[in-house]
Design a protein around this ligand. Structure first.
Ligand code: HMG
Ligand code: MG
Length: 302
């Protein structure tokens, strides 16, 4: 059994987390959250999305948020982009890294982006060509890799086809989304083993939502396959507006607690991370959705 010595955590709370909130979160609050996450040592903080504000109103302030962040050297602030229009808006705001997304089932692709899988490939190809000409870094996501809220089981061949296309076209990383958190450890491991025969493992990332409480087990399983990039969301914020009932990503606090215990470096300061989680949870008026955060905050309170 071997595990990576170091894991890169991609914090997605300000985007994946907040996109699903019904209450408007002001740009200043998002900016403060992003700054606190960077202060905590997170090297990548996905900070918003240039998607249709009619589809996802919560992300409508993304240009404002991006402009207000005090960008620090060596930190990435990727923004989600679904099409050329989104790319144009991201570029105008000064964004240097984008994240594209596709889905492994036809129904989810339609519900999330109003197009078929084939059309989504044409779209992301066009965005990649243009983004490359602008010198941007590009990350890719695939949704529903371990199950779809509409179609149930998902073909790993479709996931593989999309992963190869995203990687071959120029995404430096392809993040595997268990959008509704249904997968279990054996499935996660089998999928990653299959994909890593075609896409080098160092270019794959795990993006597991924790709906069924399986995310940490799945992360543990795929780290043994060599995955060393993990997406997570502070305080377990989030869900996908087009995957009803899906809860947030695995909580960053839970991931950091597990990795600390395993002696795997992340560069994240748990106390500062807890502060960031507390800040956004207080704003939203609820407790963090993280077992580790809840226990550690209780301990701090004595
Ligand atoms: P559409 O309605 O088919 O778009 O939506 P359209 O091209 O027909 O344009 C309609 C109108 O939208 C036009 O405006 C466009 O200008 C405008 P009008 O002429 O009516 O005034 N428009 C835009 N405005 C702002 N930004 C844009 C944009 N594009 C068009 N980028 C579209 C197609 C893809 C835009 C829409 O379906 C969309 O925005 N979808 C995004 C949904 C979303 O954000 N979902 C959540 C993120 S994905 C996720 O959470 C999964 C992930 O975490 C991984 C995992 O967990 O699985 C990544
Ligand atoms: Mg997600």
């Amino acid at each position: 059994m071997s595990f990576p010595e170091r894991v890169k955590i991609v914090e997605v709370g300000p985007r994946d987390g907040l996109q699903n909130e019904s209450e408007t979160v002001p740009a200043e609050v998002k900016v403060q959250l992003i700054e606190m996450l960077v202060d905590a040592g997170l090297p990548v903080v996905e900070s918003g999305a240039f998607v249709s504000p009619k589809w996802v109103p919560q992300m409508a302030t993304s240009a404002e948020v991006f402009k207000q962040i005090n960008k620090r050297n060596g930190i990435s602030y990727p923004m989600l982009v679904p099409n050329l229009k989104g790319l144009e808006l991201a570029h105008a705001a000064g964004v240097q890294e984008i994240a594209l997304f596709a889905a492994a089932t036809e129904t989810f692709s339609q519900k999330n982006t109003n197009c078929s899988i084939a059309e989504s490939i044409d779209r992301f190809n066009a965005v990649i060509v243009e983004a490359q000409s602008l010198g941007m870094k590009i990350r890719g996501y695939i949704s529903c890799v371990l199950g779809c809220p509409y179609e149930g089981e998902v073909s790993s061949d479709t996931v593989l086809m999309l992963a190869q296309k995203l990687f071959d076209k120029g995404c430096y990383e392809v993040s595997l989304g268990d959008t509704i958190g249904v997968g279990t450890a054996g499935q996660a491991r089998d999928l990653v083993e299959k994909l890593s025969r075609q896409v080098p493992i160092q270019h794959l990332a795990a993006h597991f939502h924790d709906t069924y409480g399986q995310a940490l087990a799945n992360i543990h399983a795929v780290m043994q396959c060599g995955i060393s990039v993990i997406d997570s969301s502070v305080a377990g914020l989030g869900g996908c507006p087009y995957a009803k009932g899906a809860t947030g990503n695995v909580a960053t606090e839970d991931v950091v607690y597990m990795l600390n215990g395993m002696g795997i470096e992340t560069g994240v300061d748990m106390d500062k991370l807890l502060e960031a989680g507390r800040f956004i949870s207080d704003f939203l008026g609820r407790e963090p959705v993280s077992r580790a955060a809840t226990a550690l905050l209780r301990k701090q309170a004595g």
